[in-house]
Design a binder for this molecule. Structure first.
Ligand SMILES: *[C@@H]1O[C@H](CO)[C@@H](O)[C@H](O)[C@H]1NC(C)=O
Length: 290
C-alpha cells in the first residue's frame, strides 16, 4: 500500500515537471509602419520549465530559432537577429521579444515556446503573433464584405450535423478574426487561413450546427468581422430554415392528422427522426388517455 502510494506521488511529480505548460503570447496581431518598434510578450505557467524560446516563421519558410533562454538569467540571441531584435527573460515564466525598427521583411509570425530542460524534451508553443510591417504607401483596409452561406444540400448527410460558412473579404492586412453568435451567444467556429486576392485578403470560418438548431426559423446565426483593434465590424445574420418547408408546429398538426407519409418521402433524411419522435409521443399520449 505504502509503495503504491509512493509510486503514485512520484508519478504525479514527474508529470507536473515534464508535461505541458500553457504558453500564452500577446498580442495576437501587430501592425506597424517601417521604422516603428514592436513588442511581443510571452507567459508560460509551469515553473519547472527552464527553457524558453522565440521563433520566426516567414510565410512559406521553416520555423527559425531566434532566441534561446536556458534559465531566468539567460538570453542567447541567434547572431542573425542580434542587430535588430532584443529579447528578455523576465523571471522563470515570462519572456518578451522586441523589434527595434521594423522593416517590411520582418512581416512574419512569431512563436514563443517553453520546455523542461533542453533537447529531448517536448516544447510547448504559443498561438503565435502575426506581425505585419506595412510597405510604403500601403494602408490598412477594414473588412468590406461579410456573407453567410447556407449548407450545401448535397452536403447534408445523415449524421445529425451540418455547417454554415462565413466569408469576410476586402481587408488588409490579414488581422481578422471572425466571430460567430447563435441567438446572440458567442460560438466557436473553425477559421481557415487568410487568402490573398489582389491586394486584399479574404478568410472564412465554418460553424457546425445540429440539424435541430439549423432547421428552426427562431434561431439566428450571426457572423461579424473587423480588423483587429477596430471597433467598426461588419455583421451579417441569417435565420434557421424551416425543416423541409414545414415548421415544427405544422409538423405536429400533420402528424396528429395522420397524413405524414408523404412528407416522410419528401424529406426523409432531415425529418425522419422528428416524425418518429412525434408519432411515439402521440402513441404514448393516446395510451395514457385510456
Ligand atoms: C508574467 O506575465 C503574466 C501574464 O502576462 C503577468 O501577470 C505577470 O505579472 C508577469 N510576471 C512578471 C514577473 O513580469
Amino acid at each position: 500500500m505504502e509503495r503504491f502510494l509512493m509510486v503514485l506521488l512520484i508519478g504525479n511529480f514527474a508529470k507536473g515537471q515534464y508535461s505541458g505548460a500553457n504558453v500564452t503570447q500577446s498580442p495576437k496581431f501587430l501592425l506597424i509602419k517601417p521604422g516603428e518598434s514592436a513588442e511581443i510578450q510571452c507567459h508560460q505557467d509551469n515553473k519547472n520549465f527552464d527553457y524558453m524560446y522565440w521563433y520566426q516563421q516567414v510565410p512559406g519558410k521553416e520555423l527559425k530559432l531566434m532566441m534561446l533562454s536556458r534559465n531566468s538569467a539567460s538570453v542567447e540571441m541567434e547572431s542573425q537577429y542580434e542587430a535588430e531584435w532584443e529579447a528578455e527573460r523576465i523571471g522563470a515564466m515570462n519572456s518578451s521579444l522586441r523589434l527595434k525598427k521594423g522593416k517590411v521583411e520582418d512581416s512574419a509570425t512569431y512563436f514563443c515556446a517553453a520546455s523542461f530542460r533542453g533537447s529531448g524534451y517536448a516544447q510547448t508553443f504559443g498561438d503565435g503573433t502575426l506581425l505585419t510591417v506595412l510597405e510604403k504607401g500601403q494602408e490598412e483596409k477594414n473588412v468590406a464584405n461579410v456573407a453567410i452561406f447556407r449548407p450545401n444540400p448535397k452536403e447534408q448527410t445523415d449524421h445529425g450535423y451540418l455547417s454554415i460558412v462565413c466569408l469576410a473579404s476586402g481587408f488588409f492586412p490579414e488581422h481578422v478574426q471572425l466571430q460567430w453568435k447563435v441567438n446572440k451567444k458567442e460560438r466557436d467556429g473553425s477559421q481557415g487561413k487568410a487568402i490573398k486576392t489582389g491586394d486584399t485578403y479574404s478568410i472564412s470560418s465554418r460553424l457546425s450546427l445540429t440539424k435541430n438548431e439549423y432547421y428552426n426559423p427562431d434561431n439566428t446565426f450571426e457572423c461579424s468581422a473587423g480588423l483587429r483593434g477596430r471597433t467598426d465590424v461588419k455583421t451579417e445574420s441569417i435565420r434557421g430554415e424551416k425543416s423541409c418547408g414545414v415548421s415544427p408546429d405544422e409538423l405536429k398538426r400533420i402528424v396528429n392528422n395522420g397524413v405524414y407519409s408523404y412528407i416522410l418521402i419528401l424529406c426523409k433524411t432531415a425529418l425522419y427522426g422528428l416524425i418518429v419522435t412525434a408519432i411515439v409521443l402521440r402513441k404514448k399520449a393516446i395510451a395514457n388517455a385510456y
